[in-house]
Design a protein around this ligand. Structure first.
Ligand SMILES: CC(C)(COP(=O)(O)OP(=O)(O)OC[C@H]1O[C@@H](n2cnc3c(N)ncnc32)[C@H](O)[C@@H]1OP(=O)(O)O)[C@@H](O)C(=O)NCCC(=O)NCCS
Length: 136
């Protein structure tokens, strides 16, 4: 049985590092403003499997550092977390959700109603597109 709960930022760092920055220094996994975010963890049988961090500013939610442990990807865990964060954004009356999406994750976010903007960039060897979902 899986469940989602709010976790302290420190608990996200190991999975962020393993999944998003495997070849880089551990410090890459830590955000300067981690203390301002809400961090969600999806657990299955008490194992932390997927994490995401939410930052709500001026009525918009940004989610960052979304990562599922490699062995558990493509099993629906990320979708559960994405559904959950969309519900939080709605409850918090956010007018928009956005993220800096890695190109490999575009199709995934599109399924949840996110659209590509024309803002793109390249960082640390990855191509990114800003994607957004308008809520109202
Ligand atoms: C992107 C990421 C967070 C998604 O998490 P996830 O747990 O793999 O998400 P899901 O399993 O719910 O969905 C991923 C894909 O599996 C598919 N899927 C979902 N449930 C499935 C199931 N039961 N069986 C097979 N496939 C399934 C989804 O449709 C989705 O396919 P798509 O990529 O074609 O849209 C994860 O793959 C990841 O950590 N990737 C590497 C890091 C990364 O790119 N992070 C995003 C930065 S923007």
């Amino acid at each position: 049985m899986s469940h989602i709960e709010q976790i302290p930022p420190e608990l996200t760092w190991r999975i962020r590092r393993q999944v998003l920055y495997p070849d880089q220094d551990f410090s890459k996994a830590i955000l300067e403003d981690d203390d301002e975010g809400m961090h969600l963890g999806l657990f299955d049988k008490d194992q932390l499997i997927s994490v995401v961090s939410l930052f709500i500013r001026e009525g918009c939610m940004q989610f960052r550092k979304f990562a599922t442990i490699r062995d558990f990807q493509n099993m629906g865990y990320g979708s559960q977390l994405l559904h959950y964060l969309i519900r939080i954004a709605e409850e918090q009356n956010c007018r928009m959700i956005w993220c800096n999406a890695r190109k490999n994750a575009l199709g995934f976010y599109t399924k949840f109603g996110f659209s590509e903007t024309d803002k793109t960039y390249h960082k640390d060897g990855n191509d990114f597109v800003i994607m957004e979902k308008i809520l109202k």
